[in-house]
Ligand binder design. Sequence first.
Ligand code: AMP
Ligand code: ZN
Length: 135
Amino acid sequence: MKNDCIFCAIAAGEIPSFKVCEDDLVLAYLDINPFSEGHTLVIPKNHYTGLLDTPADVLKEIILRVQKVAAHLKAALPCDGFNVLQNNGAAAGQTVPHVHFHIVPRYGAGGGEIAFANHEGKMDALAALAERIRM
Ligand code: AMP
Ligand code: ZN
């Protein structure tokens, strides 16, 4: 493994994967510990760690593949809906530092367990925060 990255090794065919589709730039394969049936990862074959260091032209191509794979999964599984997730940094739950998009098929009306716990926002705090971080 040239750079100790498991997803680079998968892209290079050095580690097997349950491939869903592949082209020159992008590979999609089943997550080995799926949240739901058909949980698929979409990665660029080149190594970037996350959203912020992936070049814009590459990112555009990846997200178009995510759309294509998601549409295919929805019809082929079939599933009722899907989540697209992309974690950045250990604090966000990223365990493999090679940028990847999760496509998580969802079944039924339930909503299920992918949950970010919301809390009620305080209007003055939100206003101050927006002022501080506005671009
Ligand atoms: P993240 O937490 O966003 O970094 O997601 C990494 C994902 O990669 C997890 O959902 C793992 O189950 C998955 N994963 C790790 N190793 C493999 C592998 N060899 N093949 C397929 N999926 C993997
Ligand atoms: Zn990599």
